[in-house]
Design a binder for this molecule. Sequence first.
Ligand code: URA
Ligand code: SF4
Length: 185
Amino acid sequence: MYNNWEELEEACKNCKKCKLCSNRTNVVIGTGNKNAKLMFIGEGPGADEDREGIPFVGKAGKLMNMAFQGIGINREEVYIANIVKCRPPANRNPEKDEADACLDYLRSQVMLVQPKIIVLLGSVALKNILGEEYGITASRGKWIEKKQIKYMPTWHPAALLRDENKKMDFWKDLKEVKKYMDSLM
Ligand code: URA
Ligand code: SF4
């Protein structure tokens, strides 16, 4: 675990703990407010993220930004990261050894940001953070509280690009998150 950002970022940039290191252009650590109340966790960088070094800047990210705008969530105010920090080849799901190797960094990020709410974007985020026993279809839209953090699992934004019907759920879940965020102030 890392208890300061400088060491954490330095370690990530030089990391060779898993095989995803061999094809990356950039390590995608995270973006946004390092004191955010609200954090989002996705799966892993795609081609655009790998090129820019910033999470959720591609198609899925643009869709997420649109939802943020519509609901009144300011992207600059939240913190966004992924389960793995290097791009899996052909955007396949991260494998267990890769997620396990990378998770220590994400746990340090959560410890440093100290969010009150974490939105888990899709099955990979849900299972790696809360456990293999959780399924996204059954869990989405329902708060799960653990160690004083409220988790909201929802669809991954890329899933919305494949299935229009999931957009409504995604919006509903983010609205619920925004409502709870506002109640904290
Ligand atoms: N999909 C993810 O899970 N994360 C990103 O950063 C981009 C796309
Ligand atoms: Fe290291 Fe994570 Fe990149 Fe693997 S995915 S090389 S563990 S930073």
